[in-house]
Design a binder for this molecule. Structure first.
Ligand code: CUA
Length: 353
């Protein structure tokens, strides 16, 4: 009996060590782009170290018993000896899991408290509203007074405490940037929030992590974490579109307006509006199939700029046969500036001929 237990323990320890080594050799996570990410990854690795030996131990006992105590010829009609409860054994197998579970609960609570803790009083916090709707995200920043500044893409400064206020206009979505690690549901009628502190500059995907309808897989935007001065410049330009607009117009006039406007339109298509997630357009190399292919609907019969503009800002005004209404986001008129919509219309009319 004692020999069996010693054998089992040796096998269990070796298999656990191999299991943990394999688990640690896997690169589980993308880049750590928030200060919270490090603690969350640490928690994951502690859970791995705690759970791999439990899994290995259970498997070892099962396989070891099958091998060691298998039925041999002549055993067919024999029954094992009757066994009564073993109080000592029961105390051991109740206490060890209870202590393990309690320890992990306390550690998890400590980490949760740490990643959700508000920054020290007086630390500047950037408040960003995140609005989910089928099938895109929109972002709002504090503007002048009560005014809000809208953006179709998420822009954040480096090394800054950010608090996201998350809401939904229709069904339940979930706001997730894998590189920030944090995730929370966007629930209609029940605003939620979480905070992160950004780190260095980078560009990551904003993902919807809750099945929300036909376009769920295409509900992706981009987050740009910019050095603080560049972020400040971006926000200033967004806050005062008149000032930025004039500068832009002067620049494009000097460089030959049309080429620049087309490039700007392509940027909106690929970047700020993210049209390619749902629409196929050969000129931009996109292959989305949630919405109609722009190559076919805009081809041949040259569509008017009025029609193209309406299809972007009021997508339900005309629905292409075979496609349901309400799938395209209704708010591009708010999240894109007039200049961006103009550029996008001009780009689409030009490339889809
Ligand atoms: Cu929104 Cu899935």
């Amino acid at each position: 009996m004692r020999r069996n237990v010693v054998q089992l323990i040796v096998i269990g320890v070796v298999a656990s060590a191999i299991g943990i080594a394999v688990a640690f050799s896997i690169d589980w996570f993308p880049k750590q782009a928030s200060t919270q990410a490090k603690d969350i990854d640490g928690l994951f690795h502690v859970l791995l170290v705690a759970s791999v030996p439990v899994f290995v131990l259970v498997e070892c006992v099962v396989l070891f018993s099958v091998w060691k105590f298998r039925m041999r010829p002549g055993d067919e009609l024999r029954d094992g000896p009757p066994i009564h409860g073993d109080t000592r054994l029961e105390i051991v197998w109740t206490t060890i899991p209870a202590v393990l579970l309690l320890g992990l609960c306390v550690y998890t609570a400590v980490i949760l408290n740490k990643i959700e803790r508000a920054p020290k009083h007086g630390t500047p916090v950037l408040n960003v509203n995140v609005v989910g709707q089928q099938f895109t995200w929109a972002f709002q920043y504090p503007g002048e007074g009560q005014q809000k500044v809208a953006s179709a893409q998420l822009y954040l400064p480096t090394n800054t405490d950010v608090r996201f206020h998350i809401s939904s206009l229709d069904v339940i979505h979930a706001f997730w940037v894998p590189e920030f690690r944090m995730q929370i549901d966007a629930v209609p009628g029940n605003p939620t929030s979480y905070r992160i502190k950004t780190r260095g500059p980078g560009t990551y995907a904003v993902v919807c992590a809750e099945l929300c309808g036909l376009g769920h897989a295409a509900m992706r935007n981009t987050v740009h974490v910019l050095p603080k001065p560049r972020f400040a410049a971006w926000l200033a330009a967004k806050r005062g579109p008149a000032a930025a607009g004039n500068g832009g117009a002067r620049r494009s006039a000097a460089n030959g307006g049309t080429t620049n406007a087309l490039a700007a339109g392509k940027t909106v298509f690929e970047g700020s509006a993210g049209c390619g997630g749902c629409h196929t357009l050969a000129a931009a190399g996109t292959k989305g199939t949630v919405g109609p292919s722009l190559d076919s609907v805009l081809k041949g019969s040259k569509r008017s700029t009025t029609f193209i503009r309406e299809s972007i800002v009021k997508p339900n005004a005309y629905i292409e046969p075979g496609y349901p209404a309400n799938v395209m986001p209704q708010n591009f008129g708010q999240t894109l500036s007039t200049k961006e919509v103009d550029a996008l219309v001009q780009y689409l009319q030009k490339v889809a001929k």
